[in-house]
Design a protein around this ligand. Structure first.
Ligand code: FES
Length: 563
């Protein structure tokens, strides 16, 4: 049992601890707190609202509810700002700043006098960054997700960010949607606070955090605007007080059992490919390895049970109404290790709801009637991806799984933008589009792996092609898209040596991705490559480029990644 230190924890160093405590009390009293309240355990709360983060619009209200819970349990809640990452507001990509946010979170938790911390976040990179930071800070912590957005309607069709964003954009590019209607759709895609409404990265990460035992049971999927979300926030504040007394940190909660459970659930929800990178980074901070081979070893024995977009039909509000994470874990329980610990102090199995009398089988399928008998993501290895790549097979066209392709190569993002819609682009529907120099070191690994179908093919009705890159893809996107090819081109990976006209071969059955070019020829090409001049010469972006790890290592910075 830890003894909360409250305001006197981690004193500012003036060489006289008593003076430091007296000075801190004095300044804290200037904020109007009574001496009695200042003597209570302190619960920090990360304030991640930002004018540049629509998904976190409801965070101030959530924080007020957390405070109620802390006060009712006899503590002093103090919110503090950390970097906020609004997915679509960041250039070149929010991924470039996840580790910066994690550093900020770690240092502010460590430096300030708090006995436990409530991590409030939701938009894609924020939950991973918050967990990474709190894991490294080694203080008691608990996650509170913002919750997902609600859907709206367009001509009787449901609209939800952001699978429908891409669906209608593809139809617009194919000439099937007018400018005027696109504007109407734009106004209806994201109409409430909260994170993207489908099983994208934010939803996947919230569900994984609940599975890992880092947040209160039953809270990951509550819609952002639902009153239950505020009740969850209040309960999270109360739970943080228990953590302040018990001293339980993420290190005490998460184990190899939890990691296996999280991988199972990632596969069973048809979750975002980005979650593989984030889970790897989060777990490395706790000294727990996550490998592409471990993911793959579970993939064939884990059914997809959740039928949500982008691979299925529903939205997160349907998942919540269907029973949420508790119902899913209950159904998946024969495949889970229920002895894994949770932040509540009880093992996962004891936090699950009693057998529920009703679960919406259309949204959370029975194991006997899954969406798919095998998991949503597979790992690939081969001469084109020696250290691995991934494919979201649940979102892909199986007719492309066991074939050779002619490569059509784009040198980088600028080349892609310049040529993808060119009428004279030499491309056919059965080619493979390859994008390189979009990996972590090259440019922060943007979500550029969802390479658009060349306009001249889209206009002929081509909806999918094999696409391969060292980039990521939005969790809300879909298609036969091989991602995270490692090493990336910028780190000397063979993807940097492919030429248009080369043959590449994909075999999902054998988990292979190969470049059918002689090794001697590849070495000849490598010798002729000019040295790279990519990247910033100063500041964060230089630090990032010089220290970022590859995708299979979680894209953390090398000096932050260890436990
Ligand atoms: Fe924030 Fe999708 S933009 S979760």
């Amino acid at each position: 049992m830890a003894t909360p230190k409250g305001l006197e924890g981690g004193l500012t160093n003036y060489g006289d601890p008593a003076f430091s405590a007296y000075l801190r009390r004095s300044f804290a009293r200037s904020m109007g707190y009574s001496r009695e309240l200042l003597g209570k355990p302190i619960i920090g709360i990360t304030a991640t609202a930002s004018g540049f983060n629509n998904c976190h619009r409801g965070v101030p209200e959530l924080i007020e509810a957390v405070k109620r819970g802390v006060l009712a349990a006899g503590g002093l809640p103090l919110e503090f700002p950390v970097i906020s990452l609004g997915e679509v507001f960041l250039n070149p990509t929010s991924m470039m700043f996840r580790n910066l946010m994690a550093m900020c979170v770690e240092e502010m938790i460590r430096a300030q006098p708090m006995d436990a911390v409530v991590l409030v976040g939701g938009c894609d990179k924020t939950l991973p960054a918050l967990v990474m930071g709190a894991a490294s800070a080694r203080k008691p912590a608990i996650v509170l997700a913002t919750g997902p957005m609600m859907t709206s309607r367009y001509r009787g069709e449901r609209l939800g960010a952001c699978t429908d964003c891409r669906r209608f954009w593809a139809r617009y590019r194919a000439g099937e949607v007018s400018d005027a209607n696109l504007e109407r759709i734009e106004g209806g895609l994201a109409t409430t606070e909260g994170t993207c409404a489908v099983m994208g990265t934010a939803s996947t990460m919230a569900i994984l955090c609940e599975t890992l035992g880092l947040m209160l049971p039953g809270t990951a999927a509550i819609p952002a605007v639902h009153a239950d979300r505020l009740r969850a926030a209040e309960a999270t504040g109360t739970a943080a007080m228990e953590l302040a007394h018990s001293g339980r940190t993420f290190n005490d909660v998460v184990s190899e059992r939890s990691v296996r459970n999280a991988l199972r659930v990632l596969l069973a929800v048809g979750g975002s490919t980005n979650a593989v990178i984030h889970l790897t980074a989060m777990m490395r901070r706790l000294g727990l390895p996550v490998t592409l081979r471990a993911l793959d070893a579970l993939s064939d024995s884990t059914p997809v049970l959740v039928d949500l977009k982008p691979t299925g039909q529903g939205y997160m509000e349907d998942f919540f109404a269907a029973g949420g994470v508790g119902a899913l874990l209950r159904r998946l329980s024969p495949l889970l290790d229920l002895a894994a610990m949770t932040v509540t102090g009880s093992p996962l199995g004891e936090t699950l709801p009693e057998a529920q009398d009703w679960i919406d089988d259309a949204v959370i399928r029975r194991v006997e009637k899954p969406v798919s008998r095998t998991g949503g993501i597979v790992s690939l290895f081969g001469s084109l991806a020696p250290n691995g790549a991934i494919l979201k097979r649940a979102a892909a066209d199986e007719s492309l799984f066991e074939r050779g392709f002619r490569a059509v190569v784009f040198e980088d993002l600028a080349d892609l933008a310049a040529r993808i819609d060119a009428p004279d682009l030499d491309v056919n529907a059965d080619d493979a589009l390859i994008l390189r120099r979009a990996g972590p070191r090259a440019c922060g690994m943007p979500e550029a792996g969802y390479i658009p179908i060349p306009r001249k093919l889209a206009e002929k009705g081509v909806k999918d092609m094999l696409r391969i890159s060292d980039a990521r893809m939005s969790g809300t996107a879909y298609g036969t898209i091989v991602l995270h090819v490692s090493p990336e081109a910028e780190a000397g990976g063979p993807i940097g040596l492919v030429r248009t006209g080369d043959r590449v071969r994909l075999s999902v059955a054998e988990r292979r991705l190969d470049l059918e070019v002689e090794t001697t020829e590849l070495e000849r090409r490598r010798d002729k490559q000019p040295p790279s001049e990519v990247g910033a010469k100063r500041g964060w972006q230089m630090l990032y480029r010089d220290h970022v790890l590859q995708a299979e290592e979680g894209c953390d910075l090398d000096f932050l990644a260890s436990a």
